[in-house]
Write a protein that binds this ligand. Sequence first.
Ligand code: PEP
Ligand code: MG
Length: 877
Amino acid sequence: MTKYIYAFDEGQKSMKDLLGGKGANLAEMKHLGLPVPDGFTLTTEACIKYLEHGSKLSDSLMDQLNTQLADFYERTQKSFSSDTALLLVSVRSGAKISMPGMMDTILNLGLNDDNVKKLAEKTEDARFAYDCYRRLLQMFGEVVYSIPMASFDTYFNQYKIKHGYQNDADIPAEGLQVICDHFKEVYIEEVYKPFPQSPIDQLTEAIEAVFKSWDNDRARIYRELNEIPHDIGTAVNIQEMVFGNSGEHSGTGVAFTRNPVTGEAKLFGEYLLNAQGEDVVAGIRTPKDIESLKEQMPQVHQQFVDVSKRLETHYKDMQDIEFTIENGQLYLLQTRNGKRTANAAIHIAVDLVEEGVISKEEAVMNVEVKSIDQLLHPNFDEQSLKQATTISKIGLPASPGAASGKIVFSAENAKEQAEKGNKVILMRPETSPEDIEGMIASEAIITTHGGMTSHAAVVARGMGKCCVTGCSDIEINVIDKVVNYSGGTLHEGDVISVDGAKGDIYYGEVSTMKAERSEAFEQFMSWAEDVAKLQVRMNAETPQDIQTGYQFNAKGIGLVRTEHMFFGPERLIEMRRFILSDTQDKRINALNKIQQYQMTDFEEILKLSGQRPTIIRLLDPPLHEFLPSSVEEKNNVAQQLNVSVRELEQYIESLDEVNPMLGHRGCRLAITYPELYVMQVEAIVKSALRLKAQGIECQPEIMIPLVSTVAEFTILRAKIVEKIEQLQQEAGETIQYLIGTMIETPRACLIAGELAKVCDFFSFGTNDLTQLTFGFSRDDAGKFIGSYSEQGVLENDPFQTLDQDGVGQLVKMATKQAKAVNPTIKIGVCGELGGDDKSIHYFSQIDIDYVSCSPFRVPGALLSTAQSEVKGGRLHV
Ligand code: PEP
Ligand code: MG
C-alpha cells in the first residue's frame, strides 16, 4: 500500500519531492531537535492521485488519515473533542518548490460553536477564543468555499467603524462573538450551507481544498512564470496550532538570517505581537523590526539568533524562517532558502564561502542565473534625480531597480496598458495573488501597506521587479483613481519614477544609468569562471559593446556581424554603388572605398581583442537590404549615383526575392561576387598586419556564413587563402588566422564530418538553424508561437530555448561527426540560444567548446556554464 502520510519525525530534508519543501524542512527541523509543533504531511503523491481521480479523498488515504490522527492525539495528548486538552491545527500547502502567496492556509481548524467555548474557558480569554474562531470562519470560507474575502472584510471593517474601534485588537469578546455569528450567516447567504461543525469534516474539506488549489489560476500563472512543472502537486501539512495571538507575550513573525536586499550578515525580519501569521504577510498591520524583539523578549530573541545560525549552517544557505511565540515560548513553523535580490545573493554566497560554510562550487549553485540580470539593472542618474520632484521618501525598498511609467490602479488595467505598449506602474494599497498578471505587466509596484515580507515585496523580489511597499505618507484611492500626497494629487496616466533600492518615488520621468558592479560580484564571477569549462564569448562589433563584454570576462568575440558596419551614410552609398555596378571593375572600385572603412573598424576590434580569438563573419544578408525603399531616399540615391530613378527602381526590382531569407545571401553572395569577401578578408588581414607592426598580436578567425555544401566552402576558402598569402608575402610578415564556417542549415549538420575536414572551426548559428529545421520564419514565428505554447504544441519558443529533440539532435550529431574527423576543431554556438540557461546546459553536455552571446548576457551565460559543470559535467557523445 502506498504510504500517503508521514508524521514529521518520519521525514527529512531530502524528501522534498514527496513532502514538499515545507513538510521536508519541518521534518528536518524536528530531527535537529528544534521547537517545531508536532504534525504530519500528506504527500504530493496523494495530491496527484486526488487530482487525477477527481472529487473524493480515496478510502486508502482516509484510512491512513484516521490512523495518523489517532497517533497524533496520542503524541500530543490532545484531541478535537477533548474538554481539557483541545487540539486545533493549521492546514498549509507546501509544494516542492516554494510558491509564496500562491497556495492557501487555514488556521485554528477544529474550532466550532462548542470548542470555542472550551477554548475560552481553558485560556480564560474569551476574546482570544472568538478571535481565533472568526479567523477560522473567514479563512475556511475563502479557501474551501471560495466565499469572496470582501463578504467578511466589509462587515468586519464596518463593525469596527460603527463601534469606534481603531485596531482589531480593540474589539472585545462580545463584539467578536457577534462577528462570528454574522460570518456563519454569510455561509448560508453565499453557499447555502452552514459552516461544518465537525472538525473531521473541516479537516477533510480543507485537505481537498488545498489539493484543488494546486490547479487554481494564480498558482498556474505563478508556475508558468517560474517554469515550475504543473504535474508535481502539493503536499499538505497538518500541524498543531500555536497561538501568536494569545496576548502580549505572544506574537508571530518572519525573519531572514541575512538581509535579503543587501546581503548584509545580520538578522532581518519583522514581527507583530498578539497576532497570527496572516497578519504579517497580508501587511494589514505594520510590523516591528526584529531588533526590537531584543528589548521586548531578550531570551526569545537570543534563542532565535541561535536557531538562525544553526539552520543557516545546516542548510548552507540564508534561511527564511517563520516563527510564532506563544506565551514567551518560541516555535518554528517553517524554514526555507530565502528569496533574495541578485545583489544579496552574490554577497551572501561570497560571505558564506569566506566564513567557511560552503565551497566555491556550492556558492555558484546558490545564485540563480536569471537573478544576474538584476545586477545589470539601471539606476537613476544622480544629476537627473537632483532635479526630480519627490512624491514620497518613506517607502520600504522592497525590490531594487529604477523605473518610470504611467500610473495604473488595477492589475487588469496594467495588463491592458502594457499590451498596448505603455510602461505602467501599478499602485495599490496592497497586492494579493490575484494581482499577479498585473504585476508581471508593470515596470514597478507601489503599495501603501505592508512591510518587506508582504505579498508585493516577496513576489516583486522574486520577479526582479522594482517595488516600494509601506509607502504610508501617500493615499492610493483605487475607486476614484487618484493618489493624494503632500504635494498634490496624481491621476491615472500621470508619469512617475520609482527607486526600488531606496524606496523613493518621484514625479515625472527620471533618466537612468547603467548598473555598477561590486567587488563581491567580481569575486563571485571569478569563481564561476574557475568552475566553468565551457567558455563564453560575445557577439559584438562596436567598441563600446566589446569593452562591456570584456569587462564581463568574455573569452573572445564569437561573432562580429560585419553587415552592421555597412550602415553609416558614407559607407552605405559605396555599398549601393557596389550593388548597382554592372562590371567587376566598377564593383572593385566601390569595394576599395568600403575597404578603407572596414580596415579602421577591424583594427579597432582586433586591437581590443588582442590575443583573444575574434570571429569575423563575412557579409551575410541579402543585398536588397542595403537598397533604398522610400521615394525620397530613392531620389537621393539616384542623384548620388548618377542614375535615373527609373533605372534604380528597375535594379531594385531585379533584386527582389520571394523568400529573401532563403535567397541570395551568405556564402551564396560570394560565390556570385567573390570580390566582396576578398575585399573584407583583405581589410581583416591588412588590419592584423598593421597591428603586428605596432607589436600587437591578434587572432582573427574568418567565418563564412550559411554554408550547406563542401564546395561552397572550399571554393571560397581557396580564394581567401590566396589573398591572405599574397598580402603576407607583400608585407614579408605572417599573421595567425583560422577559416571556418557557420553551421546554419540542416544540410550542413548532415555533412558536418565532411565540412570538418576542411574547416578550422564551426559556429552554430542557431537562429537560422532553428528557422530552417522547423521551417518557421524567424521574423514571423511570433504570430503563432504564443498559441503553440498555450496549446502545448511546443513547450518553449525554440528561438529562445533550444529545441533539444530536433535542433539539439542536429547540433549533437554534427558536433560528434566533426570531432571524430577533426579532434582539434573548435566548435561554438553564436545564435541567441548561446545566452540561454537551459540551452547552455544542453550545450555543455555535448562537445561544444564555447557559447557566444550579447555582452550583457555574458555574466549570466558564464554562471550557466559553471552551474552545468557542477550539476553534471559533460556527457561525451
Ligand atoms: C544565426 O543564424 O544564429 C546567427 C547568429 O546569425 P544571424 O542571426 O546574423 O543570422
Ligand atoms: Mg544566421
